[in-house]
Design a protein around this ligand. Sequence first.
Ligand code: DVN
Length: 284
Amino acid sequence: MVYTEVNETRRSRRNPLLISLCVVFMAIVILSVTLGLTLGRSSSGSLKATFTNRCQTYLKDNGGTTSQNDCEKIWESFKKAFVGRNPCDVPPEAYDSLLDTVSQDPACNRMLFWSKTKDIVHAFTEKSSCYLTLEDTLLGFTLDGLTWCGKNQSQETFTTGCPEWSDCVNNPVRSFWNGASAAFAATACGDASVMLNGSIDVPFNPTSIFASVEVKNFNSSIMNGLTVLLVTKETDTKTCGTDASLKDLQKQLDPKLKYTCKVVTQSTIQNCISQPQITCGDCW
Ligand code: DVN
């Protein structure tokens, strides 16, 4: 009798406790699902916002039209390339229509390519308009550093859970940069330049976009030559004449193109960037 009463008492105490625990658990589940959905939605929502904001900023800063409609149209064309598709099955050609729509006037004699020198190149082009990189064009500027993908049978855009660069060749981000780089290189006219990294073993790496896409798309009927700016640190010993990969570059270039190479130290470029006014042609 005494035993039963104790048990009853425990049970009646445990029940409200159990109920409270269940309520808290359910609340956590509901909150997580809601948060997950909200965050999931806002991450894809924010891709559109980031895209159109950057696109409008670019058009405003570069004397283009600021009409919201233009960037909305460009966004729609961009989305068509990858929305509803398996994120490992988006080839570079998927962006052809976008790249045709947003074709930009080529900047003859000012086009600058790069490989493994992204930070210093952009620090320089941000400071002066002497050169123009792909990331200084409307689409390059808008998509620089972003991740995106779609999903089979879904109309949504995603910014997380997308394949990594090396997961599959035909992923939406990698294919965009391959397609955009090919189109950018194909318009290179006059004398173009490339900043290569003289502090690494293979400055002209065959697997890089510069070697595997851009050099292959140069058009010698509109281009005069290519100047390699081999960016080194003071302690580096690499020179234009001794680096084997630069010999490969020379071999791969159309013989009609004039090849020039110059070693430029990082500090020379940094000094130049720190000048209040950069005079094009005076940096190296
Ligand atoms: O000339 C430039 C420019 O026009 C561009 O689009 O292509 C040329 C640079 O490409 P690259 O020759 O392949 O040079 P990098 O330095 O090896 O790679 C350039 C960028 O591609 C990287 O900075 C990565 O972009 P991110 O992450 O900074 O936005 C991306 N990339 C290349 N290999 C990658 C990779 N990202 C992730 N994993 C990799 N394995």
